[in-house]
Design a protein around this ligand. Sequence first.
Ligand SMILES: NC(=O)c1ccc[n+]([C@@H]2O[C@H](COP(=O)([O-])OP(=O)(O)OC[C@H]3O[C@@H](n4cnc5c(N)ncnc54)[C@H](OP(=O)(O)O)[C@@H]3O)[C@@H](O)[C@H]2O)c1
Length: 272
Amino acid sequence: MAQQRKIGVVGGGKMGGALIGGMIAGGLFPAAALTVADTDEGRLAELARAYGVAVTTDNRAALTDAEIVVLSVKPQNMAEVLAGLAGAAGPAALFISIAAGISTGFIEQALGTGVRVVRVMPNMPALIGEGAAALCRGAFATDADLEVARRIFAAVGITVEVDESLMDAVTGLSGSGPGYAFLIIEALADAGVRMGLAADVALRLASQSLLGAAKLCLKGEKPPAELRAMVTSPGGTTLAGLKVLEEGKLREVLIAAVAAATHRSAELGGRK
Ligand SMILES: NC(=O)c1ccc[n+]([C@@H]2O[C@H](COP(=O)([O-])OP(=O)(O)OC[C@H]3O[C@@H](n4cnc5c(N)ncnc54)[C@H](OP(=O)(O)O)[C@@H]3O)[C@@H](O)[C@H]2O)c1
């Protein structure tokens, strides 16, 4: 990726900040290439101090000469922000939006014909470089645009490409997934305490158990069912625990949770 590219980031909040940190730490762009716009002057001062990026409260100023514009404001602020940005970027600018539920078509319409848009659904562990992001392209974005966006999100986790029609499903699975995992870890840790463990010990053991299992799955050498079989000896402890989970219909409950979140994402985006 060309080092001389200028990047404008509109919205330097939690996710915008994580992306800025990832881009710089990952060596994708030098801090000098980045300009961040936000309404919160305190937050801008923090970002300038932490990363040495240029900051401004004028969204349009962040787009001057920018080849890549990251839109990371809240979905409810997007219409207003886009209205203020129309015409501010050069024709060569690529827009990358992470606003949940905001379609590429909406952005294309707001910014004018032919604008190249890549939409991304990241998730919260991007804050520590362990995110999962799904990317889709708008009508005018090219393969090269998608690759630019993919590299930015690869700096803060894993990436996949999906068709835009599947963005609600992504939101229901990986967008909301950290929330499900926190609940599971919380419950496992509570269970450990009931069995006599100290709370901090139980929390560490529960968290690391999920992390280790997830890492084995991500290695991709064996499917989860096979890994599960490897830790389930006949008549053993894991089998006793798994029997309770199956009887309690954990599988069905998780499927229903992802379906409900997917449906809610579509509803919030006005698609249901
Ligand atoms: N956090 C996540 O886990 C997550 C996951 C997936 C997708 N996303 C998406 O990422 C986007 C950002 O989320 P976030 O969690 O980073 O939110 P956030 O921390 O609230 O960041 C948004 C930033 O934009 C600023 N802002 C508000 N109005 C603005 C305007 N008109 N012009 C410029 N800046 C403005 C906000 O300032 P004020 O604080 O002054 O309002 C804030 O600093 C959202 O669209 C969300 O859907 C987030």
